[in-house]
Design a protein around this ligand. Structure first.
Ligand SMILES: [Ca+2]
Length: 416
């Protein structure tokens, strides 16, 4: 379908007499982008200068650390997320099929976990993130995000349930604790990362659905589109959320003005960072604050994938600047902030999976600014969908393809 979108974009450019009709159609058509399209460009000149030195194209750095890759398992259909059980086994989601597997360190895959709700698996939808509850040892709870089919469209939802182990693992006590509202029919920009905070709340990152009727809601408080929300683990709203007393605002909202937040992680101080899939030339790293507005679609540094302008400015009053943006884009996926001991050189570094960039992006951060960037290639020329730190300090990765691989990075010479 991406090639048909490119053709329609070309048609729009070539058949000027029909431009009005073409634009009317564009209002409901997803914009092609590097999330799932290899043929689109990843760079074009930025329309606006950066707000401060080092906001883009940071210094290239090179690790002295050498690593090795072990392939743990393969044959996952576009896997999306990894989460560790306390015994070292992993939960792995498959996006389009909606299947969840338990995978051992030796690569043995369980039967698909039974009892998960059906997903809308088209395009960027499907079964997305999975996380193991902080109190899993006693509660057995796991949480996951998925694109939920609804009668008048779809929307991201968060499910939780008790994981019952065994030859046929299954979910018991299923509850849907969050539903993105309003319902709209889009197969794009779902967001979907889950991050537990030590204060007992759960961040859920969301997208603005890509199509224009969704995009225009990214800064509107009556909509979940383009937001990061914060909920309690039973789905109720924390009393200290920033907009709980604002009439007409959805009380789950924590931050607004995002495009499609596909990566999120806490730093050592418990602060939330996110990387969002931007337009052409506009992927962003943001440090997320309660109640803050990150500006999409009003401000930004990119353009439409067609090259058409989106913003009138890179900066605007009351709106936050990204800590960093990428041009050309990396097409972010998962991220982790490294805190392990296996790679001492990498402590505190940000690792972000790259789809169109076919890379694992390493950022060196100082004083909340990017002071170094490296592109690692642990998956060869594969698209990196997920990066998670294992309990022993290794990095675990998923590649994004129909025969997706689960890989492990350890220091060269270490026992894998
Ligand atoms: Ca922004």
């Amino acid at each position: 379908m991406r090639s048909s979108q490119i053709l329609s974009t070309l048609a729009c450019a070539l058949w000027l007499p029909f431009a009005v009709t073409a634009h009317a159609q564009d209002a409901t058509q997803p914009a092609p982008e590097s999330e799932s399209e290899e043929a689109t460009p990843t760079s074009l000149g930025s329309p606006f200068p950066p707000a401060f030195p080092g906001q883009t194209n940071g210094p290239v750095v090179t690790s002295s650390t050498r690593y090795q890759i072990t392939q743990i398992a393969t044959g996952f259909n576009r896997p999306w997320a990894i989460a560790f059980l306390p015994d070292g086994r992993m939960l792995v989601t498959e996006k389009p099929t909606g299947k969840l597997y338990i995978v051992t360190q030796q690569g043995a895959k369980s039967a698909p976990v039974a009892g998960l709700p059906a997903v809308d698996g088209r395009d960027q939808g499907g079964l997305l993130d999975v996380e193991v509850a902080p109190d899993f040892a006693t509660s057995r709870l796991i949480f996951w995000t998925y694109y939920e089919p609804r009668s008048a469209g779809n929307g991201l939802a968060v499910g939780r349930g008790r994981l019952l182990d065994g030859a046929q693992p299954r979910i018991d006590s299923l509850r849907i604790i969050f539903r993105m509202k309003p319902t709209l029919d889009s197969t794009m920009h779902a967001g979907g990362r889950l991050v537990f905070h030590p204060d007992g709340t759960l961040f859920v990152t969301l997208g603005e659905r890509s199509i224009l009727p969704g995009r225009v809601q990214a800064r509107q408080l009556n909509s979940h589109f383009g937001k990061i929300v914060r909920i309690n683990l039973d789905g109720s709203v924390p009393a200290n959320n920033p907009f709980v007393n604002r009439t007409g605002a959805r009380p789950e909202i924590y931050s607004l003005g995002h495009r499609n937040v596909l990566a999120a992680a806490l730093d050592g101080q418990g602060r939330l960072w996110e990387v969002e899939m931007g337009p052409l030339g506009g992927d962003e790293l943001n440090l997320v604050g309660a109640g803050k507005d990150y500006g999409w679609p009003t401000i930004g540094y990119g353009t439409e994938y067609s090259g058409a302008p989106i913003h009138q400015s890179g900066q605007g009053p009351g709106m936050e600047q990204p800590v960093y943006f990428w041009n050309p884009v990396i097409s972010p996926s998962g991220m982790t902030i490294y805190s392990g001991n296996l790679f001492p050189e990498w402590k505190g570094n940000f690792f972000i999976g790259g789809l169109s960039s076919h890379a694992l992006v390493r950022l060196v951060i100082a004083n909340d600014r990017v002071v170094g960037e490296e592109r690692l290639k642990p998956a060869g020329n594969g698209r990196v969908r997920e990066v998670v730190q294992g309990p022993e300090g290794a990095l675990y990765l998923l590649t994004d393809d129909p025969n997706g691989r689960l890989l492990k990075m350890t220091p060269q010479g270490a026992t894998p």
